[in-house]
Design a protein around this ligand. Sequence first.
Ligand SMILES: Nc1ncnc2c1ncn2[C@@H]1O[C@H](COP(=O)(O)OP(=O)(O)OP(=O)(O)O)[C@@H](O)[C@H]1O
Ligand SMILES: [Mg+2]
Ligand SMILES: [Mg+2]
Length: 535
Amino acid sequence: MIRLARNYGSKAVKQDFHLLPDFKLKCGLEIHTQLSTQNKLFSHSTNDPFASANVPNFHTSFFDVALPGTQPNLNLEAVLFAVKLAVALKSEVNLSSQFDRKHYFYGDQPLGYQITQHYNPLAKGGSIELTKALDGIDQEHIKIDIMQLQIEQDTGKSIYRESEHVSLIDLNRSNVPLIEMVTLPNFTDLKQIRSFIKKYQNLVRHLGISTGDLETGAMRVDVNMSINDYCRVELKNLPNTSSIMNAVKFEYKRQVDIIRRGDADELLSTPETRGWTGSSTVKLRSKETTIDYRYMPDPEIPLIELSPDVVAGVKTSLPVLPDEILRRLMSKPYFLSLKDAKILTVNGNGRDQQYTQSELLTFYLDTFEEYLAHVKEDINPKLPTNWIIHELLGNLNRLQFPLSKALQTLTPSKFAELLVLIHEGTLSKASGKLLLFHILEGAKGSIDLLPVDLSALIDNFELNAIQDVDPEELKKICSDILSQLNDPKLLEGIITGKKKNSLKFLVGQGMRLSQGRVKPQLFEQTFKKLLKITW
Ligand SMILES: Nc1ncnc2c1ncn2[C@@H]1O[C@H](COP(=O)(O)OP(=O)(O)OP(=O)(O)O)[C@@H](O)[C@H]1O
Ligand SMILES: [Mg+2]
Ligand SMILES: [Mg+2]
């Protein structure tokens, strides 16, 4: 088995890319996903392939290093994770599946074979739907069929230090559980491939069975592609989405050139495996010369026998899936835009954000419910969205403060109280923003966090919007602003209606003077009266 060193920098030059009508693309994906179980697939060592990258061979047992006489012991958590995924993909779970040995020799595979499922995998069939509305593909709706899901073990890692002429072996990754998911060759363009990968990644994160990160290798995508029914080429070593897309584009152009030159019968008549260097695909091996893996059932591992109850139990305990959540969030009473709904449902990699998706979604739904209970019919669905997705998250990122801590003081009911105050005009937007930042900043420095007392804070800072503004006083403020303006052109533009927007500038001055405690509409009305504006 030949492997290329991982290439993280993709140097491919950006150019226009189009599929050509006479050269029909057909693609199928094989995706390997590491399961985030506590332990490894066939041993009791901790499953921690990355955290300890600086301590090689730390998370290893006698079995992981293939000491003679050691035997595999199947981790049921991995089977449960695989069943979860199978059920979410509507695959048919095989109630009796088996493990097989796939033989090949490589330094980071000390057993001399990989334990996988070849003859009788865990699940078959199933599909993922992609739509224009939710996934942004060009077609209204397509279905990508899944061939099968199989459980297998990951290999160790080889590290090549060319300057020192040494190859190092790290077995921390050896025997980490993987699921290989194979699709039918249903993909016909690049957007479909990109959307599918995103959707599958979000699904495994949503189910809590994998980190789904491409960059760390927790999720690895091989693309099989062919044009006009010539033989398929399999692309491997694709470390991130842009490599996947660039490799497909490069390979498409390469195959089109071969067909145009009339060389396809010679060069595209046998399947081959190619790697991605960062700027081009290179041949690793042809499938003709593929070594014979001598597959055989593993005699040391009993069949995985599942009772129908287990599958049924997983089905009933499965969380609501992301597409369904998106659809709910985009309809009554939430009416979120697709973009905002995705902020609440698309799981990031969890390392650079201050919340998990489920924390955020729960916070949003709970706050929304309390807000709705207060305002009833008079609801403004944009208010919770803007204040949670934009204001709250913006502040958490700025302060590097996790949502889980923030909500000890800003509970959903407190946050809803804040929204109601803004909704009713008791608190202006500007004061609301100040208050929110102040609460979060204070909470960050505190150890014991109690639910915040909003009314006390509002009184303390005199943030209450002035409800009964004296019209005379308002008139005076507005006249002062006008007399200090000294810009007749601007005034003329406003009065004639040629520069309607400039009225906002005047209102802004009023808001500044009143420290945001007077409603902007009141300033607008007063200015209009003073300037005798009729538009
Ligand atoms: N004509 C074709 N054009 C493009 N893709 C194809 C074509 N025929 C099959 N494929 C895709 O090739 C992939 C085959 O994967 P599978 O795991 O079954 O076999 P493999 O690649 O030979 O095995 P391995 O797991 O050892 O790589 C599937 O994703 C399938 O959709
Ligand atoms: Mg393959
Ligand atoms: Mg495969």
